[in-house]
Write a protein that binds this ligand. Sequence first.
Ligand code: GRG
Length: 330
Amino acid sequence: MNLEKYLNLLDSELDSALATHDGLTEFYGMMQYHMGWLDQNLNPVPAARGKRLRPVLCLLSCEAVGGQVEQALPAATAIELVHNFSLIHDDIEDNSATRRHRATVWKLWGANHGINSGDAMLAIAFFEQSQSIKHNVSPLRTTIAQGIFAQTVLRLAEGQYLDMSFEDRMDVTIEQYLDMIRNKTAALIKCATHLGALVGGAEPETMQHYALLGENLGLAFQVIDDILGIWGDQAQTGKSTATDILTRKKTLPILYALQDKELQKLYAQETPDVAQVLEILKRNKAREFADQMARDYSEKAMQHLEAVKNDTPAYLSIRELALSLLKRTF
Ligand code: GRG
């Protein structure tokens, strides 16, 4: 699968969306730094970009329903900008010093500049999204897309609220956790495939399959991330092994095993003993539970993809991309 064409289109659109305005070199520089284009002295560096999973899915979904890739470029760019805005803010809220193996924006320029540059990126995202109309997308579809996009950003904020509110609770249910990741992670991936199909001219039933493909892919993606956060190796995750345990994150395997009184006791401590936590997870078959859940969501995603089967190269690339994401574990 060669995604170069899509990545190049996205790079050039993101580049113009975040272009420096006169007299504001440092302000736009912070955003460009976060995107991986500049170093901390604001000198150009070989791009250290993210995976671009969401915008690539958006472009491919548009083409797979018979649209032109350019029609989805504003939506795809807007989605990647929202994703990056949320990472800038998330790093502040989580007090994280590194992202994509580099210092975070707030760590270099302080939280106030981090908040402000994140906010600017969000505003630019909304502007970008409104530009669909210039790319041969009808006013009706552009307006519907705008509504879906705004609702998605709201879902993200809700998911982040839920995630943070879980930190001080020991009684979070699996259902509440799934609602949280549906908002925090799956909503934006759902938005990507949904908007791609919408601006590409899909009929409602097809569009719904694309939306649900993205949502289930997003749910599987987050559950797999939770598994890797405990059992993944450093080379694969970029985080040191068992970080999620040391920081007492309430991820799916942990929540599942928190019915065990011993784990509750360990998680009441500032820094739980990793070996003991791993032993309790093993005893409760927490890995098997999370693996099964990831498998269930993956299967659902693939069923929705199967329902809109066609022989376009874009469709086949979505299939390949989805499978490669889901293969990160089991
Ligand atoms: C929306 C108003 C408003 C506030 C923001 C901060 C926040 C609320 C939400 C944070 C949401 C968040 C950080 C979700 C995690 C999503 C996730 C799985 C990120 C990692 O995605 P990758 O692996 O990242 O695609 P790359 O680095 O490849 O781009």
